[in-house]
Design a binder for this molecule. Structure first.
Ligand SMILES: C[S@@+](CC[C@H](N)C(=O)[O-])C[C@H]1O[C@@H](n2cnc3c(N)ncnc32)[C@H](O)[C@@H]1O
Length: 221
């Protein structure tokens, strides 16, 4: 989903700001990030600055931002970890925020055909929910698409890729060596986070071939 200087962008859950920094390189007309975690909000407010760039604390399911105020809305690695109800509420909020013709981009975890087998799917959910203590629930591609369609979106593009999230090489390639060092430092100094990340990595390895990365671009028509 290419972002241009004409775009008014809203990001759901900018987290550590990796995806925000990619979007901001395109110098959009405006950028608003809506993030739930207060520590992440404080961190992001320090690094994201500019008259039309801001980070607000809050839930992506009810941002309080005006109707039809964005040309692009996106979120990365945030919908997968929501309950079914929350997934719907967040997608509905994206729809409300977009102008007609605007695009919503998601980058999440999906289940392959093998991972969609009901018994395997339940096993993956149990393991993931045990590891990161949340509602994390990846969906088969068709279910991701359906959620977007149910809220009025037209699905324009679907891309799937084998899962490399949290693999060291991937982080280094994508984000640069020093960023990786900083993340590692944060993980090392937060043992609980480190444990969760190790747990997730083990699950991803065990279920390689059953889960994949999915990116979908949907249009408000
Ligand atoms: C994996 S991180 C996102 C990573 C981000 N794309 C980046 O580049 O750093 C997930 C983030 O989603 C945030 N989050 C989870 N649920 C949320 C919600 N309902 N509304 C806003 N933020 C949420 C979490 O606080 C966390 O910072």
């Amino acid at each position: 989903m290419a972002i241009s200087p004409a775009d008014e962008v809203i990001e759901f859950a900018p987290g550590l700001g990796f995806t925000a920094s990619i979007a901001l390189k395109a110098e959009p007309k405006s950028y608003t990030g809506v993030e739930l975690n207060k520590e992440a909000v404080a961190y992001l407010q320090n690094i994201i600055q500019g008259p039309n760039y801001r980070i607000q604390a809050g839930n992506a399911n009810a941002t309080g931002l005006p109707d039809e105020s964005a040309t692009k809305v996106y979120g990365e690695a945030m919908l997968t970890m929501q309950s079914a109800r929350q997934k719907t509420d967040i997608i509905r909020e994206a729809y409300r925020l977009l102008k007609k013709g605007g695009l919503y981009g998601i980058h999440e975890i999906a289940l392959t055909a093998e991972g969609s087998d009901p018994a395997i799917r339940q096993q993956i959910y149990r393991e993931m929910q045990g590891a990161i203590l949340s509602n994390v629930a990846p969906l088969p591609t068709a279910e991701w698409e359906q959620l977007l369609k149910d809220e009025g979106f037209a699905v324009r593009k679907v891309i799937t890729n084998p899962m490399h999230l949290l693999e060291p090489k991937r982080v280094i390639d994508d984000e640069g060596f020093f960023r990786t060092l900083r993340i590692l430092f944060n993980i090392l100094t937060h043992p609980a986070a480190a444990k969760r990340i190790r747990g997730m990595r083990r699950i991803f390895r065990r279920h390689e071939g059953r889960i994949m990365a999915i990116a979908i671009i949907a249009e408000k028509v």
